[in-house]
Write a protein that binds this ligand. Structure first.
Ligand code: GRF
Length: 205
């Protein structure tokens, strides 16, 4: 049997995607362990779920560091203490420095709540509504130095329906994120994702 892979998940808040990953890893018996859940906010709700499931947790507060570089260096040290094969950003609300990103090149994934390249950044659901999109969705991608860019792994789309508010639309997207993100992470831990020339190849066999 192939060696177990270590996954480190970074959150800043609710952590519902992290929860979906933890549950899928357990239920589907992935060849991987969630080695740690790390937050930049001590009060991130998701830390409670992780701790309750016996997952080591850590807080590295960006407020304790004078610069992005200093924070990212401290965060990297904590992450690397868990020997990660994969770093999973799950609602981690920080812009990352190029040095940090390149350290985890081809082994750091993010989920973003829009059909990239549409609507990078914040307030994606509001933007989708304001610009009159008929469909909206979410994207899983490898992280590169440019915010919400990088090789696409998977996308899911949902309809925008009459009367949608940003909250209703966000909830519709989120429910699909909980399916798509664990599946993409599973592909990674099973060694089915390859990044070649900035494109992701998926071995679906
Ligand atoms: C999700 O919509 C995710 O796409 C975005 O931030 C949100 C995090 O939600 N990056 P949660 O913390 O996983 O519940």
């Amino acid at each position: 049997m192939a060696a177990m892979k270590n996954i480190v998940i970074l959150i800043s808040g609710r952590g519902s995607n992290m929860e979906a990953v933890v549950r899928a890893a357990q239920a589907e018996q992935w060849p991987a362990r969630i080695a740690a859940v790390i937050s930049n906010k001590a009060d991130a709700k998701g830390l409670e779920f992780a701790a309750a499931h016996g997952i080591p947790t850590a807080v590295v507060s960006n407020k304790d560091y004078p610069s992005r570089e200093a924070f990212d260096a401290a965060l990297q040290e904590v992450i690397d203490g868990f020997n990660p094969d994969l770093v999973v950003l799950a609602g981690f609300m920080r812009i990352l420095t190029p040095g940090f990103v390149s350290h985890y090149e081809n082994r750091m994934l993010n989920i973003h709540p829009s059909l990239l390249p549409l609507f990078p950044g914040l307030h994606t659901h509001e933007q989708a509504l304001a610009s009159g999109q008929a469909t909206h969705g979410a994207t899983v991608h490898f992280v590169t130095a440019e915010l919400d860019h990088g090789p696409l792994v998977d996308q899911v789309s949902v309809p925008v329906l009459p009367g949608d508010t940003a909250e209703v639309l966000a909830a519709r997207v989120l429910e699909q994120e909980w399916v798509m993100y664990p599946r993409a992470i599973r592909w990674f831990v099973e060694g089915r994702l390859r990044v070649e020339d900035g494109k992701v190849n998926i071995d679906r066999n």
